[in-house]
Design a binder for this molecule. Structure first.
Ligand SMILES: NC(=O)c1ccc[n+]([C@@H]2O[C@H](COP(=O)([O-])OP(=O)(O)OC[C@H]3O[C@@H](n4cnc5c(N)ncnc54)[C@H](OP(=O)(O)O)[C@@H]3O)[C@@H](O)[C@H]2O)c1
Length: 255
């Protein structure tokens, strides 16, 4: 295969959780630009529908579904609707995520649970449900959105211990699932973004802008295209010999 064929996603079906906003939308755009059909799912269905309309205007077949990744039945319904509409699931991006800031000693249990259930348990449940289809197909690409926050600790000014723990969990979950499903031709990888301005990060970035920039060798935050290449690489045949990998996209922050 030549390199253009390796990166081609024509006719592939990709589910992107939280795919109607922020980094999920950026990755959805990237996959569609390489030819994939999209399933965008999140709690706010209207936002998914709006994004689906925008994609449809560009000729991309897109399904918009309401889904809460903390709810197993809701995930199963999303998987069933995807298979009914498209007949297959080639790519799953577990992107839905939340964070909660509070000092460790004051972190409410409900906040800890919400973050773990969304970021880690949601990733497990969605991989399990979509994975059953991929196991049947004998092929698939799972991409889990971790974070550089899952690679090491952070000072008290960044008080989101549940978020860090969840993303560390996503990283080892990725590696373990990669080992377990490699024999079924399913690649499981993670992307660990650094700081990208989105709804989730904007307040923290605003408060710490100069300090953060000093620690990013490339001297800027992630842009509206910086994740595109990583997502297409891990979703396509270009990464067929890559599994259990954590692709860091952080401007050199953790270098
Ligand atoms: N921005 C950064 O600097 C950065 C850095 C590293 C990693 N990340 C990771 O990147 C991913 C995307 O975050 P973002 O920065 O793009 O933030 P964002 O704009 O706040 O997007 C989060 C997305 O997750 C969805 N979501 C949240 N809870 C959900 C649930 N229970 N079920 C289904 N969908 C849910 C949201 O949609 P609804 O509200 O409609 O459900 C939204 O689409 C997250 O996993 C985040 O941890 C971000």
């Amino acid at each position: 295969m030549n390199v253009k064929q390796l990166f081609d996603l024509t006719g592939r079906v990709a589910i992107i959780t939280g795919g109607a906003a922020g980094l999920g939308l950026q990755m959805a755009e990237a996959l569609s630009e390489m030819g994939a059909n999209l399933v965008l799912c999140a709690r706010k269905k209207d936002r998914c529908e709006q994004a689906a309309k925008d994609f449809a205007a560009k000729g991309v077949k897109t399904l918009a579904l309401a889904c809460d990744v903390r709810n197993q039945a809701s995930i199963q319904e999303t998987v069933d609707r995807t298979v009914a509409e498209f007949g297959q699931i080639d790519i799953l991006i577990n992107n839905a995520g939340v964070s909660w800031g509070a000092p460790v000693e004051d972190m409410p249990l409900e906040a800890w649970n919400k973050v773990i259930e969304t970021n880690l348990t949601g990733t497990f449940l969605f991989s399990q449900a979509a994975g059953k289809i991929m196991l049947r197909q004998k092929r698939g690409k799972i991409i889990n959105i971790a974070s550089v926050a899952g690679l090491r600790g952070a000072p008290p000014e960044l008080p989101a211990i549940g978020y860090h723990a969840s993303k560390g969990g996503v990283i080892i979950f990725t590696k373990d699932l990669a080992c377990k499903w490699a024999g079924h031709n399913i690649n499981v990888n993670a992307i660990a973004p650094g700081w990208f301005p989105t709804h989730m990060s904007e307040i923290v970035i605003e408060r710490n802008k100069e300090a953060f920039l000093k620690r990013i060798p490339l001297g800027r935050f992630g842009s509206d295209y910086d994740l595109k290449g990583a997502a297409v690489f891990l979703a396509s045949a270009a990464s067929d010999y890559v599994t259990g990998h954590v692709l860091v996209v952080d401007g050199g922050q953790t270098a």
